[in-house]
Design a protein around this ligand. Structure first.
Ligand SMILES: C[S@@+](CC[C@H](N)C(=O)[O-])C[C@H]1O[C@@H](n2cnc3c(N)ncnc32)[C@H](O)[C@@H]1O
Ligand code: SF4
Ligand code: SF4
Length: 302
């Protein structure tokens, strides 16, 4: 029987299994800074981001230390660049009883890995970030073609039906940018139509990008206006980088609360509102230095 006694409980974790991406989206920090420095918020130690995958040992150590019901494979990365890590995690998911979800740009979700994902009873959702309705526009926005991703996604949907895994929720998403804004209506129409043919496909999601804590400075970000505060301070799910560092939040690519295996790190992460004196009433302008450039402090309407 699996031993859970003595494990620290967490509501969820996001794991960066791969440290790289096959795309370079105009709204993603990864497209801008591949070797980004990350600073520990307490010690000021600087850790340089690498493209190495998460080690099997680290995955094992995380699962040995934490009891966690949900693991998301995402981060500032493309998880399907690490299919060996995905398969490893899937193999562990029944024994350790956690659900698995994915965010992917779709271009690497070929038949073999798709089948392995669909075979795993613990997988419950997958999001495909498409961002366009033509190859040309996707190249402009993401630097990769659309046809491969659409082929893989349609194949995934067909396999999902054949393998009786329509319990796995699928969503397609688009980040609005000046380059693809004119395709927004087409995007929604197209995926609403596909939805009619398959069970459990969410309505297409259309979102505005944030500026990842000041790391992305495209000109359209200047259109953000008004204050809405940040919901990430409440977030209970640490995002663990490939090297084990725990991000401040999923929109911050610069700040770490320490290593996931250090006893202090998760407490610091969960108590970060208190540590930084943030309350629900805190004026977003009074957020700590580490959030000062984050567009999440501003309304997402433009
Ligand atoms: C960072 S990606 C990682 C997984 C995968 N590479 C992908 O693109 O789906 C996870 C999600 O974050 C979104 N994202 C990327 N940059 C963003 C930004 N600046 N603001 C908000 N969301 C962003 C992506 O569009 C994607 O849906
Ligand atoms: S949003 Fe996803 S696909 Fe695009 S560059 Fe970032 S990690 Fe890669
Ligand atoms: S203000 Fe931005 S960087 Fe700070 S916690 Fe919120 S989303 Fe993250």
């Amino acid at each position: 029987m699996h031993q859970v006694l003595g494990k620290r409980k967490l509501v969820a974790l996001s794991l960066e299994l791969s440290g790289a991406c096959n795309a370079s989206c105009m709204f993603c920090t990864l497209g801008y800074k591949k070797d980004q420095a990350v600073t520990n918020v307490f010690t000021n130690e600087v850790i340089v981001r690498t493209e190495a995958k998460m080690s099997f040992d680290l995955i094992d150590s995380i699962l040995a230390k934490y009891e966690v019901p949900k693991i998301g494979c995402t981060g500032v990365n493309e998880p399907f660049l690490a299919p060996d890590r995905i398969r490893y995690l899937l193999n562990k998911s029944s024994e350790h009883k956690f659900d698995v979800g994915f965010y992917t740009n779709g271009n690497l979700v070929g038949k073999s890995i798709a089948e392995d994902v669909l075979r795993c009873s613990q997988v419950n959702q997958i999001h495909f970030s498409l961002n366009a309705t033509t190859n040309e526009v996707r190249q402009l926005v993401m630097g990769i073609p659309l046809d491969v991703a659409e082929y893989n996604l349609m194949q995934f949907l067909r396999l999902r039906a054949e393998m009786n895994r329509e319990d796995i929720k699928v969503q397609v998403v688009m980040m609005r940018t000046p380059k693809n804004l004119h395709q927004q209506e087409d995007f929604i129409r197209r995926w609403e139509k596909v939805r009619l043919g398959f069970a459990n496909v969410e309505p297409p999601g259309v979102f505005d990008p944030t500026n990842w804590c000041g790391d992305v400075y495209p000109y359209w970000m200047t259109k953000y206006k008004g204050k809405s505060g940040c919901k990430q301070w409440q977030c209970m799910a640490p995002l663990v980088r490939t090297d084990g560092q725990v991000y401040l939040c999923c929109y911050s690519s610069r700040w770490s609360f320490g290593h996931i295996l250090d006893d202090d790190t998760v407490d610091s992460f969960l108590n970060r509102r208190e540590r930084f004196n943030i309350t629900d009433d805190t004026d977003p302008d009074q957020y700590p230095e580490l959030c000062k450039e984050c567009s999440h402090r501003f309304a997402l309407a433009w």
